[in-house]
Design a protein. Structure first.
Length: 114
């Protein structure tokens, strides 16, 4: 049931944009997540923080797929609010490149464009 959301930090996609969402079995490429980068033999220090991974542990892709709905101008309806540097979520994202949380927590960081 869990799903994984890739969020842009500094890629060619604007910062804080939701890039893609997959189910829990998806295997991320070396340049997509910090954990895949490190698993490939690269160092923590060399990770450029292009993306962050947000794992929603209590919702499926089908249940929250609407967060990828598009506005008339083609932008995603939702984007990810950067946590404050003192927020434990920021600390976890910085230290590991990902967070795993329930939908209630994750949804508090999603901002809907109007």
């Amino acid at each position: 049931m869990p799903c994984q959301i890739l969020v842009s930090n500094q890629s060619s996609v604007n910062k804080a944009e939701l890039v893609v969402m997959f189910g829990e079995g998806h295997k991320w490429g070396k340049r997509e997540t910090m954990q895949s980068w490190i698993a490939s033999g690269e160092s923590y220090e060399s990770w450029d923080r292009t993306f962050s991974l947000v794992i929603v542990k209590d919702k499926s892709v089908n249940e929250i797929g609407y967060i990828f709905d598009k506005l008339e101008n083609g932008e995603n309806k939702c984007h990810f609010k950067d946590p404050d540097h003192t927020d434990p979520v920021f600390e976890e994202l910085y230290r590991t490149g990902q967070i795993k949380a329930d939908w209630e927590t994750v949804s508090s960081y999603l901002i809907e464009r109007v």
